[in-house]
Design a protein around this ligand. Structure first.
Ligand SMILES: NC(=O)c1ccc[n+]([C@@H]2O[C@H](COP(=O)([O-])OP(=O)(O)OC[C@H]3O[C@@H](n4cnc5c(N)ncnc54)[C@H](O)[C@@H]3O)[C@@H](O)[C@H]2O)c1
Length: 344
């Protein structure tokens, strides 16, 4: 069987902790043939540790030797690297968020379509067991009425790498974690489409000196991204989504939550529960599900590889990722302009 030749671009945390183990566990279908990082020493370390045969000082050189690349760089570089790869006839799995804004994302989508290549964005929550069960249950939920999404951390600002750098990342809690749950929720309620967004973006707690932070220290003066976001999203069918994400909030405990109240039933994803009126009672169904991010990473990698080899279609399309990016843009614009933003 033909193996997909994979190149890694950006050899930091997510490449090492999610993508390399996923591809290694799928070694009958894929082989990592090369790695590139602007930090050559880092690329060499990773190549040696995981027996990757080639280190490329230049990503364009690597494109001649691979069928696909996995982009794990800061967000600022997603678009230029993805477009170059796609124009070279190379498939792309790019980490989330898709890009710094929807204009960049659209150029990535156009390049994928023009070159007939696969483009997937790493919204791996779609491959989490509980989220997949929720998707399978949506026909019984019926038309969604109100969806609630919370990606809340009490005190977990990621101070390492470039997470708190707006120029390189484009945003903070929203584009780091909130976007995962936003993507999953939009996937669950589709074909309902977001039409208008009203939002407020905060940068308050994280700017205060000497904050408690469970994830180590960070520079409170340097942080220039959102630490808390709330949004109200109205859909084309008048359903709504109440969204909140945070890295630093004065709340009882961290919360990962998606719930949907629909016309025929309702569900909550983490943990999975289903609510339905039956026999003049409200019935509640529980299911044993897992929230295993490593496993989701493997399923995501498998879906991408199968799509590249023409054996499957993507569970996470770049058009969906572009829609998430449009909602993110609208959230930031609404907060900045102090008014609702219409999504085209
Ligand atoms: N899916 C998830 O759950 C998840 C989790 C963490 C990070 N991410 C995403 O993964 C990406 C990388 O995050 P990370 O945590 O691995 O960051 P990181 O800082 O650990 O690693 C980034 C690596 O990219 C390299 N790099 C920087 N600019 C480059 C360029 N132009 N070309 C090649 N290499 C370059 C850096 O030297 C570094 O080694 C980001 O887009 C982030 O949003 C996704």
């Amino acid at each position: 069987m033909k193996k997909l030749k994979m190149g890694l671009i950006g050899a930091g945390g997510i490449a090492e902790n999610r993508h390399i183990p996923a591809y290694q566990s799928l070694s009958e279908q894929v082989e990592i043939v090369g790695v590139h990082d602007v930090n050559l020493v880092r690329a060499e370390e990773v190549a040696e540790k995981y027996a990757i045969p080639h280190v490329y000082a230049n990503d364009l050189d690597m494109l001649k030797h691979v069928d696909a690349v996995t982009i794990c760089t800061p967000n600022k570089f997603h678009e230029s690297i993805a477009v170059a790869a796609l124009n070279h006839g190379v498939h792309v799995l790019c980490e989330k968020p898709m890009a710094m804004n929807a204009e960049e994302g659209k150029r990535m989508l156009d390049a994928a379509e023009a070159n007939h290549k696969i483009l997937m964005i790493g919204y791996h929550y779609r491959f989490i067991d509980a989220v997949m069960l929720a998707k399978a249950s949506m026909p019984e939920v019926g038309a969604p009425i109100v969806t609630r999404v919370q990606a809340l951390r009490q005190r977990k600002v990621p101070g390492w790498g470039v997470f708190i750098n707006k120029e390189l990342q484009g945003g903070g809690s929203l584009i780091d974690w909130g976007c995962h749950l936003l993507d999953a929720a939009l996937w669950l309620v589709a074909p309902s489409k977001p039409a208008e967004v009203q939002a407020q973006v905060y940068q308050r707690l994280s700017k205060q000196p000497n904050q408690i932070n469970d994830w180590g220290s960070y520079d409170h003066e340097a942080i220039d991204v959102d630490d808390h976001v709330s949004a109200y999203i109205r859909f084309d069918d008048q359903s709504t989504l109440l969204f909140e994400c945070s890295w630093a909030a004065n709340i009882k405990e961290d919360q990962t939550h998606i719930s949907i109240s629909g016309e025929n039933g309702g569900l909550s994803v983490f943990p999975f529960e289903f609510y339905q009126p039956k026999y003049h009672r409200m019935m509640e169904t529980h299911a044993k599900t897992t929230e295993d991010h490593q496993q989701a990473g493997v399923l995501q990698a498998k879906n991408f590889i199968d799509a590249c080899l023409g054996k499957d279609t993507l569970k996470s399309s770049p058009k969906d990722a572009l829609l998430v990016t449009k909602v993110i843009d609208a959230i930031y614009a609404s907060s900045e302009q102090g008014k609702p933003i219409v999504i085209n």
